[in-house]
Design a protein around this ligand. Structure first.
Ligand code: 26Q
Length: 752
């Protein structure tokens, strides 16, 4: 049967007569059937990537690409007056992550399968994911994200495991999603859930009874943990996930007849940040139940596990009160205490190295570092900071465990799927080898002086901007000019990422325009990102941006030159629409704070030029493209770390010293903005900038404005700019997650 015949037979009608929703079901079914026919990756050693988040994005288009069916399906639908794009729009995006860490996990699964390495993901099947973001009265509101409504690739299995929570037995059920490699075999993402979850207990946005574990356990990712019940719920979730994982692993190994004493010959476990850390004591516990003494079990687990750190922000390093753990997982307590005692004996009670601190809190990262064979950071700078600052006491005792694995992204999604025109151009110029070996992209440098190719690049960018403008018109009813510069700042809202600094630049530009200093070309500033529901300052920044959007876009004197859009509910789907349309990629975190960033890589790959600090992977981008093809500004990570160590940054100094900073900051609470927004929120934000500014916005504001001015001027030199685009694309091969995964495998997992 041809693909077209298959489609018709599933539809029971002609393609031209089918609705998009019917076509979606039929396409999904075809993917399922094809996937069933391709083999699971085989091997004697397998990695389990355990993560609280898997931000997989929509599956249909990506699976069609990896199965080699996308172009044919696209053509069949077109020939029948339909569009694959509209069919893909029917799918709901699995909302199983919050940001970089979750998207990284999804990219890694794609690369592991593509490289034909045996490796499964393990996570949770959150019914409402993180949350869905809505803007009402220029503020973020949170509502449940009903991603499970409708058909998807996640299927229920009949596999369950008993999990002890607070002395009661619950049964975790495994759901599976095929992870189909590009022209390769498949692996599985296992998502665990409880059968008894009751979605009807959610009310008033995302509120629910936090004590009713049977009904609430997997409703949301990162439920509010501002009180005791919320923290307990996090522990319940984490243990539920890792106990299911550990049982699955041990069960499979026993079934295969493997000697559990040699578990490290068959299994590697990658711990994605500290959320899955309890897998260490849980695996030890299960091995002890198989008759292995604790010391031996701990040694075995130590050789199996590897830990990835994604942050140096203190508030993100999890520390759980021992008595909370005692309440939820009393059976793990003797093991955790035993591990702590072993560290006490080995390191003469050095408090820096203890798992349990003087206040009886369990430091999950410290447990990870003592009981993992590998400890890695996610970009070169980040790993150096871990070794020399944040985790120095551990680097001193375990130097050989520390290693860097600079993050990567899958080009199958973030170029082939999101930017088909650029994909075609690259194929035409250098062939298709880059799809499996991204270093081939460097061959594009041959066209550095090829006017024709440069013009095509520019045309593709323009068309992507038109497409985004149409999308924003449809979704937000805002008119954008595709001839303006698209300056894009999309990522989770956090003070360290400094969206507030870009907002201050918007104010600066607005005041300039009002004073008659007009830019050579209109500028469109595009924001997008969710704030954690309890994170007040991040919500204040969203509020400021939405108020600026209202003020500026409706000011006829200014809106010809400047527009602001904040995209609602930024997710993977929207990322794929925004990124190909970007000219200037904003990566302006306070140096030392962004572990890596991966958005920066996606923009670069799509021909945007980075405006950023020397932070995270930006440093590696600069080393690859050279200073002519990136705009780097601001204090260095060493300077910033010095300022923190000596407590010598006072934002008020910067506020009072510079008139222009003063004016921009004061504009936040101007009559005009207060007439649009909530004066209390705007005041709180302004006060914070003047009196606290923990992430040093005012420190870098002037150098940021200067660098951005240079970038905007350079944009006018079109001949130059097109070459910058080309160099960025050509040098992005290093950031393929295929490269990252090869490094994980060579240095840590050694899969066979
Ligand atoms: C911890 C404790 C209590 C509550 C929440 C958390 C928590 C939740 C989520 C801590 C961290 C996260 C997510 C972190 C994250 O996404 N980090 C990003 O990881 C990317 C992949 O490595 C990096 O590129 C980014 O730089 C990093 O910010």
């Amino acid at each position: 049967m041809t693909l077209q015949e298959e489609l018709v037979s599933l539809l029971h009608k002609e393609i031209k007569d089918a609705a998009d929703s019917e076509l979606y079901e039929a396409c999904l079914e075809i993917v399922r059937q094809r996937s069933e026919q391709i083999p699971t990756v085989q091997g004697t050693k397998k990695v389990y990537y355990i993560s609280a988040e898997f931000l997989t994005g929509k599956q249909l288009g990506k699976n069609l690409i990896n199965l080699g069916l996308f172009d044919e399906m696209d053509r069949i639908l077109k020939d029948n007056g339909k569009s694959l794009e509209s069919v893909e729009a029917i799918e709901k995006e699995p909302s199983l992550g919050n940001g970089g860490l979750g998207r990284l996990a999804a990219c890694f699964l794609d690369s592991i399968a593509t490289l034909n390495l045996p490796g499964d993901g393990i996570g949770l099947r959150y019914h409402y994911g993180l949350f869905k973001q809505q803007f009402i009265d220029h503020k973020q509101h949170e509502i449940p994200d009903e991603w499970l409504d409708g058909s998807n690739m996640v299927r229920k299995t009949d596999i369950t495991f008993p999990v002890q929570l607070a002395g009661k037995t619950y049964h975790s059920r495994m759901y599976d999603m095929d992870v189909i490699g590009y022209k390769g075999n498949k692996n599985t993402l296992h998502l665990f859930d409880l059968d008894t979850i009751d979605e009807s207990i959610v009310h008033d946005g995302i509120q629910f009874d936090k004590t009713n574990i049977e009904k609430n356990l997997t409703l949301f990712l990162y439920p509010d943990d501002s009180d005791r019940d919320g923290q307990l719920l996090r522990i319940y979730q984490q243990y539920f996930m890792v106990s299911s994982a550990a049982q699955l692993i041990i069960h499979k190994e026993k079934e295969a007849g493997h000697d559990l004493h040699r578990l490290d010959q068959y299994v590697a476990v990658q711990i994605n940040d500290t959320h899955p850390s309890m897998v260490i004591p849980e695996l030890i516990r299960l091995l002890m139940m198989e008759g292995i003494p604790m010391k031996r079990a701990a040694d075995i687990v130590n050789n199996v596990c590897a830990y990835t750190n994604h942050t140096i922000l203190a508030e993100a390093l999890e520390k759980w009160p021992l008595d909370y753990l005692g309440e939820v997982v009393p059976h793990l307590l003797p093991i955790i205490e035993g591990l702590d005692y072993a560290a006490y004996c080995a390191f003469s009670g050095n408090p820096d190295l203890m798992i349990i601190d003087e206040q009886n809190r369990v430091h999950m990262a410290k447990m990870d570092m003592h009981y993992s064979r590998s400890i890695n950071g996610v970009a070169a700078l980040h790993t150096e900071i871990l070794k020399n600052q944040e985790l120095k006491p551990f680097y001193n005792i375990y130097p050989q465990r520390f290693n860097n694995k600079t993050n990567g992204i899958t080009f199958r999604r973030f170029l082939m799927h999101s930017n088909p025109q650029l994909t075609n151009l690259i194929d035409m110029l250098i062939g298709e080898g880059w799809k499996t070996d991204a270093s081939h992209l460097e061959e594009l440098l041959r066209y550095y002086n090829d006017e024709n190719v440069l013009e095509q690049l520019e045309n593709i960018k323009y068309q992507n901007k038109v497409r985004l403008a149409n999308f924003i018109k449809e979704k937000e009813n805002i008119d954008l000019d595709p001839n303006s510069v698209f300056d894009v700042h999309v990522k989770r809202m956090h003070e360290y990422k400094r969206q507030q600094m870009n907002a201050l630049w918007v104010i600066y530009k607005y005041m300039q325009i009002k004073n008659g200093a007009l830019p050579p070309r209109p500028i469109t500033v595009i924001f997008g990102g969710k704030a954690a529901p309890a994170y007040k300052m991040a919500k204040n920044v969203i509020h400021l941006i939405l108020c600026l959007q209202e003020l500026i876009n409706n000011d006829p004197e200014a809106n010809k030159y400047l527009k602001v859009v904040m995209i609602q509910n930024y997710n993977v789907d929207k990322a794929e629409k925004v990124i190909p349309a970007c000219d200037i990629s904003e990566q302006i975190s306070l140096a030392s704070k962004e572990a890596s960033g991966t958005g920066n890589m996606k923009f670069m790959l799509n021909g945007a030029v980075t405006l950023g600090t020397a932070d995270g992977a930006n440093v590696e981008i600069r080393n690859l493209v050279g200073n002519d093809n990136i705009y780097v500004f601001g204090r260095s990570s060493d300077e910033v770390i010095g300022l923190y160590n000596t407590s010598s940054y006072h934002s008020s100094d910067f506020y009072y010293r510079s008139n222009s900073i003063h004016n921009c900051v004061d504009f936040i609470t101007s009559e005009q903005l207060c007439a649009i927004g909530d004066p209390a929120m705007l005041n709180e934000l302004r006060d914070n900038l003047i009196n606290k500014d923990w992430f040093m916005t005012l420190l870098d504001l002037e150098s940021y404005c200067a660098a951005k001015e240079t970038a905007l001027m350079d944009y006018e030199n079109r001949a130059w700019w097109k070459r910058k685009m080309l160099v960025n694309i050509a040098k992005s091969g290093f950031f393929s997650s295929d490269r990252t995964i090869k490094e994980y495998n060579n240095d840590i997992w050694h899969l066979r």
